[in-house]
Design a protein around this ligand. Structure first.
Ligand SMILES: *C/C=C(C)/C=C/C=C(C)/C=C/C1=C(C)CCCC1(C)C
Length: 258
């Protein structure tokens, strides 16, 4: 009975999700041009986000109960990004402008959710203090507020960049040498240590793609919105979908139920 109820609920959730996507798409007024490669990248990534979301939500049934939350959060991240990509794609295809505000609203929600993942994968294995989460959350807010003010033109683009970099460096410090890193190393759980260090690589190397986009977009003289958006789109693909897959494969490796 409970099993049936859960299955029905899941199907309904996925159907609702697809419906929102289709109705958003139906609002498009301009069609994609064959040479609009930035627009094409928006399309590819929005579909990747949709597929990843369906995958993560369905796969949570195949992992041990202590991992379900993490795999669900990975699905939330790609699901929220999917909806924002429908809008960002529309702004780009219709106007050729950078969808800065949708981009940052998406990041404002999905970055903290990804940081929650660090906490959750640790908490799936052992007891950890929540202060770890709050500290990296503050770092991510500084990073995003700095970037937004710079990109939206409220402050000088270089100043916004410096504030953003400072927030990111603080997050890196916390996950490499702060309490979170120590807690992972001490756990003695092999698949956790692998997942944690892979996620750390993503936050270092994968996240580094974002400031690169900012540099090419704003700091090389004038505004280059094509480079900016292609680089940000690629970064989201790596950091949302690959990041979720790391968590998922760690969960599968660590679950007896498959
Ligand atoms: C799913 C979205 C993610 C993981 C977004 C991450 C965004 C960043 C790591 C942004 C970083 C920035 C800097 C480090 C400096 C310049 C401004 C930003 C906001 C682009």
């Amino acid at each position: 009975m409970r099993e049936f109820f859960m299955k029905t609920l899941k199907t309904l959730a996925l159907a609702l999700f697809a419906l929102i996507g289709v109705s958003t798409a139906a609002n498009a007024t301009t069609y994609l041009a064959v040479d609009d490669f930035v627009g094409i990248s928006f399309w590819l990534i929005s579909m990747g986000m949709l597929a990843a979301t369906a995958f993560f939500f369905m796969e949570q049934a195949n992992v041990g109960s202590q991992w379900r939350k993490s795999v669900n959060v990975a699905g939330l991240v790609t699901g929220i990004a999917f909806i924002h990509y429908m809008y960002m794609r529309g702004v780009w295809v219709d106007t050729g402008e950078t969808p800065t505000v949708y981009r940052y609203i998406d990041w404002l929600i999905t970055v903290p959710l990804q940081l929650v993942e660090f906490y959750l994968i640790l908490a799936a294995i052992r007891k950890v203090p929540t202060t770890i989460f709050w500290r990296i959350l503050i770092g991510s807010l500084v990073m995003l507020v700095g970037g937004y003010l710079g990109e939206a033109g409220f402050i000088n683009a270089m100043l916004g960049f410096i504030i953003g970099i400072a927030g990111w460096i603080y997050i890196l410090y916390e996950i490499f040498s702060g309490e979170a890193g120590k807690a992972a190393a001490k756990s003695g759980n092999k698949s956790l240590v692998t997942a944690f260090s892979t996620m750390r690589m993503i936050v270092t190397v994968g996240w580094a793609i974002y400031p690169l986009g900012y540099v090419f977009g704003y700091l090389t003289g004038g505004i280059d919105s094509a480079s900016l958006n292609v680089i940000y789109n690629l970064a989201d693909f790596v950091n949302k979908i690959a990041f979720g897959l790391v968590i998922w494969s760690c969960a599968v490796a660590n679950s007896s139920k498959r």
